[in-house]
Structure formats: C-alpha cells, structure tokens
Design a protein. Structure first.
Length: 483
C-alpha cells in the first residue's frame, strides 16, 4: 500500500493483519462500498386527529421531519401546531382537505416530502393515491397499489387467503346478483347467512338473512347501500357465524417475509364499529397456529407494511377469515403495550426499504391491555356530539396511556370521525387491567360534549365482561348499559 491508501483501509489492515490476497480484496470492497440507503428525511402525514399526532411523535423519535395538511376545522389542532411544516387547504367540504388526491400529492411535492403516511381512513386504502405517489417518486408508507386493490375486493381477498391456507366460512366465490342464486347457496350452506359488500368494510350494507323469503329485499338493500357507499354494488353471500367473537392479528411484513405480534379481542362493538379492544385473548398454542397462517397469507401476496387480519371465532373456537386491513389500526396501541414494540416506527422502517428488524422469536407478550375509545357521542344512541371542550383532563400513572389530540378549548368538529381519545391501561393480568381502567375512567374529565365514558365505566363493572363472556352481540344483549 502506498501513501495514498485511505486511512480507514490502513487501520483495518493493521488491526486484522491481513496477508491473504482474497481477504484483502474483500476488505477493499467493503471499505469502498457506498453507504447504505438513507431513510426518509421528511414525511407528509395525510391525516388528522390523534393518529396524526401519534405518527408525528414517532417521526420525531426517528429524526424525520413531519409535515401535515389541514383544513380550517383543524387549524388550531395539536398536530398542526406541532408539525415542522404545514399546508392549509381552503376547501368548502371539510373532507376534501384530506381526500383530494391531486391536492395531497401536490402538497407533498411542494413541501419536499419523500414519503407519505396515510394513517387510517381517508386515503389509507386508496390504490389510485398510491399509484399517483409512485408516479411522483414519493414513497407510500403501506402496501403496494396492487395489494391494496386485491385486499379491497372482499371476494378476491377471501379467495387469496383461502389459497394461502386461512380458514374461511362457506360462501360464494363470485358476486351474487340474483336472489334465486343466493337462496340456492343458502340452502347448500345452511341458514342463517349474511350478505356483504364486495368493495367495502365497516359493516356497511351487511344484511343477515334467516330464511328464503327475506332474500329479495335484503339483497336489494345491500346492493343499494354498497353502491352508495363504495360506488360498487357487487355483493357476496357467506355463512353467518352465530355467537361469534371478533379476533384480529397484527402483522408486519417487508414484501417477502412476515411476522405477527399476536391477537387483539374486539367484540364489544356498536354498528360494527369497535368500542373496547384488549389483548391477549388466546392460548399460546392457538396464537401460534393462527399467527403462522396470517404470516403465510401476508407473504403469499407480497405484503409490505403493517396489516391486521380479522377473524370471527365461533362458539366451538373455530376461526373464519373476515378481511385484511392494509394499514395501521386504531387499536394498534393495545399490541404495543403488551409487546413493547413501536408498530408505527416498524412500519416506517419497512417502508424505507429495511428488511424485517425482528424475528418471530423476538416477539413476546407480557401482561394484559385494554383500550376504551372515548368517542364524542351520546352514550345511549351513539349520535355524534360536536362542540367545544371546556374542561379536558386525562389520567396518567403506572400502566396508563392516552392517545389524543384533544385539549381544553379544542373545538370537536362534527364533520369527521367522533374519536376524541383512546384510553389504554396495562396490567399484570386481565383483572388488574380492569381495575386500572376503572380508576382511569373515573379520573377522566371531559365537558362541553357528550362522550362514552359513562358507558365504558358501566361495562367495566358488568358481570359478563368481567368473566370474558363476550360476543359481537354484547351491546345488543346488554341494553341496560346504555342507561
């Protein structure tokens, strides 16, 4: 080596005393190789509310600048105030501030963002949005447009997961448009059955059919609501699981390999929307069994990012695949408390091009967590309750977490989702977590809007809840809780 040899190479040679020419060549290649690809520098959060603040905090932890878009309803919100950069969208329809694809893409370009995080809702599952970002060389923090399209079609998703080995309920493998065809299928698989929209989620349009005479009207109603909500009137029929529990699995994949972070129990719902989530719920053996299947399902479609695989579990303990949500879930926080992993950060790292930073054996579960969604709603009729928060105090202490964008003086708009805060607790076991949730709910003070704290507090004292005797009909079967 002459005097021009880089100091790093000289130091390396001195340290390892290299003499073999093959090793010397490898050393030179390693020393002169370009540095690894850098991560994101600036990310646009195409969302609002608590999830925007949640993502922003993680970006800050990672040393990434956080940009945001907002409409006039959110101009004084915490995410907007705390962002490194913000673009105001002056629109008549508040939803357009977050749903106008071209405007969001242009904002990302104008602010110099190299990636967009969609959060949940809005454009999080819009394949057209993902394609536009790809055209502009901006990374979408989530799965590819093709995967979103596949999983967004419930019929195609069902077929793909069935091929990967996931259990599915008996039903149609193609759209059903005639009542006579649906009735014939119901005769084959047995009543009751359920009619679902192929292109939608959230329980919109679903119709349970108990007998043949109900098919004509139920089919038309489901088709009409599906067309109105999703612009697609295709529906399908499958066996209705009576006395079912709703269980979902958290998955992270890098496009090739996948790992799971276990299950969440989400059976306490109103109008097919979750109110209370908790975990863990299953035995280690069942967790391993279903967890292995969902990883195979994610790998079979080349999934990249965070995903939630949702199931119904019948009274016999058998699982039936429902759908895949290709995004971060509202209740990802439950899994974070019992595994100790920042799921939002992991999703960003995978989007940056990193391979999975964890192996399945690295994931362990400790204690029990419960989350209550503190929606600004009437606790009996679940009607949204917008307004100004005059008082707003959230609990803290050992084993307590609150994810919220709310603060005293915050104006809760009526044009968006009613979620005001997510109150979570962790305990050594389920009983410990329930006790801590009671304390946390009693400490929480929100005035100016109606909210679900009274309902959640009654649930925590209800005998079936305490015994874990819960199905997706829990609220319907406990009307006294609505007080």
């Amino acid at each position: 080596m002459d005097s021009k040899t880089p100091l790093l190479i000289k130091q390396s040679i001195l340290i390892i005393n290299v003499t073999d020419s093959d090793i010397m060549t490898a050393l030179l290649i390693g020393c002169l190789a370009p540095p690894p690809t850098m991560g994101f520098k600036k990310v646009l959060i195409a969302n609002r509310g608590e999830i925007a603040l949640r993502i922003m905090r993680t970006l800050r932890d990672m040393g990434i600048e956080a940009a945001i878009i907002y409409g006039k309803e959110d101009r004084l919100s915490l995410p907007v105030q705390l962002a490194d950069d913000a673009t105001f969208r002056d629109v008549i329809n508040p939803l357009d501030a977050y749903l106008d694809i071209e405007a969001v893409v242009q904002a990302a370009k104008d602010m110099g963002c190299d990636a967009v995080h969609p959060g949940y809702g809005f454009l999080a599952e819009n394949a057209g949005f993902v394609k536009r970002l790809e055209e502009e060389g901006i990374t979408f923090i989530g799965p590819s447009a093709d995967v979103i399209t596949l999983l967004g079609d419930k019929i195609e998703a069902r077929a793909a997961m069935e091929a990967a080995g996931l259990p599915t309920a008996k039903g149609s493998s193609e759209p059903i448009s005639e009542a006579s065809v649906a009735s014939a299928l119901a005769d084959e698989i047995g009543y009751p059955v359920i009619i679902k929209a192929a292109a939608g989620g959230g329980g919109i349009g679903m119709q349970i059919v108990e007998k043949e005479s109900e098919f004509e009207s139920a089919l038309k109603l489901c088709q009409s609501r599906a067309k109105s909500a999703f612009g697609d009137d295709r529906v399908f029929v499958e066996k209705y699981i009576q006395g079912a529990q709703h269980v979902e699995f958290q998955v992270l994949a890098d496009g090739t390999n996948a790992i799971h972070f276990g299950e969440r129990f989400c059976s306490i719902q109103r109008r097919h929307q979750k109110l209370v989530e908790e975990g863990p719920w299953l035995t280690p053996e069942k967790r391993h069994e279903i967890g292995s299947l969902v990883c195979k399902g994610a790998e079979s479609v080349g999934y990249k990012g965070l995903a939630t695989f949702e199931f119904l579990r019948d009274a016999n303990g058998d699982f039936y695949f429902l759908e895949v949500n290709p995004r971060v879930q509202v209740e990802h926080t439950v899994t974070e408390l019992i595994t100790g992993h920042n799921l939002v950060e992991l999703g960003v790292r995978v989007a940056q091009g990193e391979a999975l930073p964890l192996k399945q054996e690295d994931i362990t579960w400790r204690g029990h967590s419960i989350q209550c969604r503190l929606n600004a709603e009437d606790p009996a009729e679940f009607i949204p309750s917008p307004g100004r928060l005059w008082e707003c105090h959230f609990p803290s202490g050992f084993g307590v977490r609150v994810d919220t964008h709310a603060h005293p003086g915050y104006e809760m708009p009526g044009c968006f989702d009613s979620l005001l805060a997510k109150l979570l607790v962790w305990g050594r076991d389920r009983e410990d977590a329930i006790r801590r949730m009671r304390t946390a709910l009693d400490e929480t003070v929100i005035t100016g809007v109606e909210h679900l704290i009274p309902l959640h507090r009654r649930i925590m004292d209800e005998e079936d809840f305490m015994n874990g005797d819960i199905t997706i009909q829990y609220i319907d079967m406990h009307q006294e809780l609505l007080g």
